[in-house]
Design a protein around this ligand. Structure first.
Ligand SMILES: [Zn+2]
Length: 393
């Protein structure tokens, strides 16, 4: 039968598996790193110490997809394939790859010591790529000038025409920001996000081969950097007034942004606390081996932070779609002053992401080659001897 575990290899204690695969304060529920692909997949339905890690990032895939579909039914929304949605798709794919890679990394890592390393390199790669997907969404939807995105271009919101807008009053132009800083931001925001993402994957992969002692601290702190860089459009928006006219529907939609952002930050902080502290298993080693250990809470909190981020992005997408200049003609003139922000294009969104993915793939390849050199011999020995012949403690 599909879920019959009688033939599955027995689960082991931390003293019965190579030190490399043990986790602090987790004493039982280990799989010996010689599983076949089929055994790994079936272990999702067994009480191993990775089962909860798998489900806490696998089930969220469906929750996230559920929250996505409503966007395409909103009034004024262009078709899903329209360039307007390119940044959103990049963000969505970034999140889905992150969740899928993370859950599969936890499920498949008992195939061998080398596969285990590769699994987690891919995991870090998808987290890094997700941060750039976020930046693209922020750039096009939360950018201080995003409210005028697509003005006078191809599609029409609320059945409006795409006539060229009237000229702007210069006084209002200044109230939206600092012209010099704006140019700097537009030139460097997305490239900086990419560079920071590459720093992240390099650092995280390194923690698997050196800096082992403080690996959880380094991996957590390293992702503070993309958060700070990616969130600059949000910090700007929180410090300045909304680009939307106060009486407009766009203003109302955009008003929820701050609340979602603060909650997004709160979940990130809580997830970091779980990841670094290793509570609750630190307080009662062996008690939370299968269910309830810190990594599962870390997964839950990171997903909740992603969900709040997604609600925030959706609120801003909706604000852009509602086109405030239709509601208040005099403000339309001000908004029209800011149409220099080009709309999303395939090279500026998918192109950037593909280039980044290629770089990440090369980095993963390089670290995997090193992992093969470090763990290849031990992997072959474990495969020959199996759990019974393994004496490491
Ligand atoms: Zn994980």
């Amino acid at each position: 039968m599909f879920l019959n575990h009688r033939d599955a290899p027995p689960l082991l204690g931390h003293a019965d598996v190579p030190a490399r695969v043990t986790e602090s304060y987790i004493l039982t529920g280990y799989r010996f790193p010689t599983y076949t692909l089929r055994q790994c997949l079936l272990s999702a339905f067994r009480p191993t110490n990775e089962t909860g890690n798998f489900w806490t990032h696998f089930l969220p895939v469906f929750v996230f997809a559920y929250h996505l579909v409503e966007v395409f039914w909103w009034d004024g929304a262009p078709p899903p394939g329209d360039p307007f949605f390119y940044p959103l798709w990049n963000y969505v794919l970034g999140v889905l790859f992150l969740l899928a890679a993370s859950s599969l990394a936890h499920l498949l890592n008992s195939m061998s010591l080398v596969v285990r390393e590769v699994c987690f390199f891919v995991d870090y790669g998808t987290i890094s790529a997700y941060t750039v997907g976020s930046s693209l969404a922020y750039y096009y939807y939360i950018h201080p000038r995003a409210g005028v995105l697509e003005t006078g271009q191809g599609w029409a919101a609320n059945g409006s025409s795409t006539e060229p807008p009237p000229p702007p009053p210069p006084s209002l132009l200044a109230s939206y920001g600092f012209p010099g800083a704006g140019a700097l931001f537009e030139a460097f925001y997305v490239p900086s996000s990419c560079v920071v993402a590459i720093i992240c994957i390099l650092s995280c992969c390194n923690t698997r081969q050196r800096w082992r002692r403080h690996r959880y601290l380094i991996r957590t702190l390293v992702f503070l950097l993309p958060f700070l860089v990616s969130s600059t459009p949000i910090f700007y928006r929180l410090l300045t007034r909304s680009p939307y006219p106060p009486a407009s529907a766009s203003f109302a939609s955009s008003a929820s942004m701050a609340g979602y952002f603060y909650r997004h930050c709160l979940w990130l902080v809580v997830s970091a606390v779980f990841n670094i502290s290793k509570v609750p298993e630190r307080l009662a080693p062996g008690r939370f081996d299968v269910w309830g250990h810190s990594h599962q809470w870390f997964h839950c909190c990171t997903f909740l932070s992603i969900l709040d981020e997604f609600h925030m992005i959706k609120a801003e997408v909706r604000a852009v779609l509602l086109r405030p200049m239709l509601a208040l003609p005099e403000e339309a003139a001000a908004a029209a002053a800011l149409t220099a922000l080009p709309g999303p294009t395939a090279p500026a969104t998918y192109g950037v992401m593909l280039l980044l993915q290629a770089t990440i793939a090369a980095i993963i390849g390089w670290f995997s080659w090193h992992a093969e050199r470090i763990y290849g011999a031990e992997r072959d020995q474990l495969a020959r001897q199996g759990p019974k012949g393994h004496k490491c403690h």
